[in-house]
Design a protein around this ligand. Structure first.
Ligand code: ADP
Ligand code: MG
Length: 290
C-alpha cells in the first residue's frame, strides 16, 4: 500500500479538467444578531476524488461553511455549485442522497440500537416504505465493520460512550455509500487508534474515488492525509493549498495566536505548539505523574 503522501497529485490543487464536487464563490453569511459575518466572502473548490481538510480556530466559521454548502443555511451573498448544479436547483432530499454528512453535534433522541441507527443511512436510498434487501444489509454490515461497531450492533445508542456514538454517526453516513462525504470534527472524542483508523478509512475511500471534505482540529493528522488544507480565520480563508504551503509559522501563529514550531512526519509538516514557560513545571516536579 502506498503512503498517503504518494497519493497527492501535483501540487494538490484540483486540475481544471476534473469536475468540481463543490464550488463556492463569494459565500457570505451572518447569523441574526451576529456582530460580524460568520462566513465572509469565501471561495472554495473541492474536486472529484480530493480529500480536503477544513481547519481553523473555534468559531472561525467551519461548521457554518459546511451548512451553507449543504443548503442547510441560505447565504446572504455568493453561490454554491454542488456536483455541477447550482445548490438552488437541488431538492434537500436529493442533497441527502448525494452527500454523506456527519454533523458536529447530534444527540440521539430515540433508544435505537446501533444497527438500527446505522440502517437509517439507507433511508436516503430506500425511502421509509421499502424493506431492507441484501444490498442494504451488506452496506450496513460493512459500515459497522469499518467503524469497529459490529460487536456493538445490539447496544442502545443511548448507552454508548462519546467516541462510540461518534463512530456510529460516521457508520450511518458510510451505510449510505455516498460518493461525497462531509464530516464536521468526526474524530473530536476519539482516542488515537480510533482517530487514525478513521483517517485510514477516509484515505481508503478516497482511493476508491470518494470525495472527502473534513473539518478537524487535528492539523497534524490532516496534514498527513489530506491533499489540501483550507484554513479559516474569522470567516475568511487565511490560506489554502498543500500542507507545506499552509502549515508555516508565518501563517499558523497569527491565526491561532500561539507560538508553534514546524517539524516533519510522513514527509508532511507537523505543527508543534510551544510551551510558554518551558522548564517551570520541571523545577517544581515531584517525580509523580499526577
Ligand atoms: P466553528 O465551526 O469554526 O467553530 P461556527 O461556524 O460554529 O465556527 O461559528 C462561527 C461563528 O458564528 C461564531 O462566532 C459563532 O459564535 C457564530 N454562530 C454559530 N452558530 C450560531 C447561531 N446558531 N447563532 C448565532 N451565531 C452563531
Ligand atoms: Mg464547528
Amino acid at each position: 500500500m502506498s503512503g498517503p503522501t504518494s497519493r497527492r497529485h501535483g501540487d494538490g490543487r484540483p486540475s481544471p479538467s476534473e469536475g468540481a464536487v463543490i464550488r463556492a464563490r463569494d459565500l457570505t453569511f451572518r447569523y441574526p444578531h451576529g456582530e460580524r459575518n460568520a462566513v465572509d466572502v469565501v471561495d472554495l473548490d473541492v474536486a472529484v476524488g480530493e480529500m480536503v481538510a477544513l481547519l481553523g480556530p473555534n468559531g472561525s466559521g467551519k461548521s457554518t461553511l459546511l451548512r451553507l454548502l449543504l443548503g442547510a443555511l441560505a447565504s446572504a451573498r455568493g453561490s454554491v455549485t454542488l456536483l455541477d448544479r447550482p445548490l438552488a436547483d437541488w431538492r434537500r432530499d436529493d442533497v441527502a442522497r448525494a452527500v454523506g454528512v456527519v454533523t458536529q453535534t447530534e444527540e440521539p433522541a430515540f433508544p435505537l440500537t446501533v444497527r438500527e441507527f446505522v440502517a437509517m443511512g439507507r433511508y436516503a436510498h430506500l425511502g421509509a416504505w421499502r424493506r431492507e434487501g441484501p444490498v442494504d444489509r451488506a452496506a450496513i454490515a460493512q459500515a459497522l465493520d469499518r467503524c469497529g461497531l459490529t460487536a456493538l450492533g445490539h447496544r442502545s445508542v443511548l448507552e454508548l460512550s462519546g467516541g462510540e456514538r461518534q463512530r456510529t454517526r460516521v457508520a450511518r453516513a458510510l451505510a449510505q455509500q455516498p460518493r461525497t462525504l462531509l464530516l464536521d470534527e468526526p474524530t473530536a472524542s476519539l482516542d488515537i487508534a480510533h482517530e487514525m483508523s478513521l483517517f485510514e478509512l477516509l484515505a481508503e475511500l478516497r482511493q476508491d474515488g470518494v470525495t472527502v471534505l473534513i473539518v478537524t482540529h487535528n492539523i497534524n493528522v490532516a496534514a498527513r492525509y489530506a491533499d489540501r488544507l483550507v484554513l479559516l480565520d474569522r470567516g475568511r480563508i487565511a490560506a489554502a493549498g498543500t500542507p507545506d504551503l499552509v502549515l508555516t509559522r508565518e501563517i499558523i501563529e497569527p491565526v491561532y495566536q500561539w507560538t508553534v514550531a514546524i517539524r516533519r512526519e510522513d514527509d508532511a509538516p507537523q505543527v508543534i505548539p510551544q510551551r510558554k514557560h518551558p522548564g517551570m513545571t520541571r523545577h517544581h516536579h515531584t517525580g509523580r505523574l499526577e
